[in-house]
Design a protein around this ligand. Structure first.
Ligand SMILES: O=C(O)CCc1c2[nH]c(c1CC(=O)O)Cc1[nH]c(c(CC(=O)O)c1CCC(=O)O)Cc1[nH]c(c(CC(=O)O)c1CCC(=O)O)Cc1[nH]c(c(CCC(=O)O)c1CC(=O)O)C2
Length: 337
């Protein structure tokens, strides 16, 4: 489940009181392992997601950042000029030793029946933070840069493409079974702009990673991806994450049978009465069909979500039987949540 660890869990909030800095919590091996295992111990999902952030690798290629309680991510020196590009350097994976160590420990801790999942941000999404300096609602600076300084933006995105590719391979070699690429803010671009400013860089990442780790499935998630589904498929990833604004059945039709899908229960549904949540999970699973569906939310668990609802989500997922959901014969297929 996306964002399955974090602020909605009381054990996490208690730990955060003792370790108030997000960077400390997400850059200390023991804490990363402990936080990653909190939802695994509480709900027994099929996958453990390393507790980290899409911004975690930034300092390893020359971009310091912090996560502030109210403002969220803050980049001390945003990059929007050729001068700013000078601070970038190739990713130094030794500076991310805690990620490698945590993935290795998680693999040992969870045994053979649980997948260990790594993730990265896509170049466009990471660039929105590096250029804007913080979370933005308008993306005005980076979008205007597409016209005022396209060469600078291209150089930044190319640098990020190489760094992120190296970082994915590092995560796989450290033990991640599967990698999700978050182009969370790709849906903020008109589709033709996404084609120019995001897709080529994701495609290059996919090609580098498929060359070095051909067995590792890659999931691509974009928030607000209704206008982009077919374009996402063309990147060559193995799984397309659907947010909840796309009907699962429509998504399936548009994407065809040969690609897998993930999603797409509305995270807000976890605030509804549990029987309504049960029905929605069953509906989504039924619409997704019998093969190649990773049951998940359409985006991360929201802050304030009742933990009982998350527990219920996993219980319902485990209880599903294809032969009762579908009239056709049951298949021996596993649900991953
Ligand atoms: O998420 C927030 O609302 C707070 C600020 C924020 C963070 N990263 C950020 C944002 C969004 C933004 O403002 O741009 C920026 C961020 N981090 C991430 C994404 C990708 C996405 O969710 O679409 C994004 C961009 C989009 C987005 O936030 O929706 C990914 C992320 N951060 C994180 C995790 C791990 C996890 O939660 O299990 C994960 C993903 C793992 C997965 O779902 O597979 C961890 C994280 N990062 C962060 C926090 C909050 C700070 C804290 O615990 O003290 C937390 C913990 C939590 O969400 O409760 C900081």
């Amino acid at each position: 489940m996306m964002r399955q660890a974090g602020r909605y869990m009381s054990v996490y909030r208690k730990l955060a009181e003792r370790y108030p800095s997000f960077r400390e919590r997400s850059e200390t091996t023991d804490l990363i392992v402990e936080i990653s295992l909190q939802p695994w111990e509480a709900f027994h999902p099929d996958g453990v997601i390393i507790f980290s952030d899409i911004l975690t690798p930034l300092p390893a290629f020359g971009v310091p950042f912090d996560i502030e309680e109210v403002r969220g991510p803050v980049i001390q020196s945003p990059i929007y000029s050729e001068e700013g590009l000078k601070s970038l350097h190739p990713i130094d994976l030794e500076k991310l030793h805690f990620v490698g160590e945590s993935l290795r420990i998680l693999r040992r801790e969870v045994g053979g029946n649980t997948a260990v999942l790594g993730f990265v941000g896509a170049p466009w999404t990471i660039a929105t933070y590096i250029v804007e300096g913080c979370t933005t609602r308008t993306y005005a600076t980076i979008k205007s840069m597409c016209h005022t300084a396209p060469h600078v933006l291209r150089a930044l995105l190319s640098h990020l493409t190489q760094a992120i590719s190296d970082y994915i391979v590092f995560q796989v070699e450290s033990g991640a079974h599967c990698i999700q690429i978050f182009d969370s803010w790709g849906g903020q671009l008109p589709p033709d702009m996404w084609e120019r400013w995001s897709r080529p860089y994701i495609e290059e990442i996919v090609s580098i990673v498929k060359n070095k780790c051909p067995q590792t499935p890659l999931v691509l998630y974009i928030n607000g991806n209704g206008g982009l589904l077919e374009r996402m498929k063309a990147t060559g990833v193995d799984v397309i994450g659907l947010d909840w604004t796309v009907d699962m059945e429509d998504g399936r039709k548009r994407l065809g049978k040969e690609i897998s899908v993930q999603g797409n229960v509305d995270p807000a549904c976890l605030f509804s009465p549990l029987p309504a949540l049960t029905e929605e999970i069953q509906r989504v699973v039924k619409c997704a069909g019998r093969r190649g569906h990773i049951l998940n939310l359409g985006h991360g668990v929201l802050v304030g979500t009742p933990e009982e609802a998350v527990a219920h989500f996993f219980e319902v997922a485990r209880s599903l039987k294809y032969d009762t959901l579908h009239q056709d014969r049951a298949v021996d297929s596993k649900l991953v949540v």
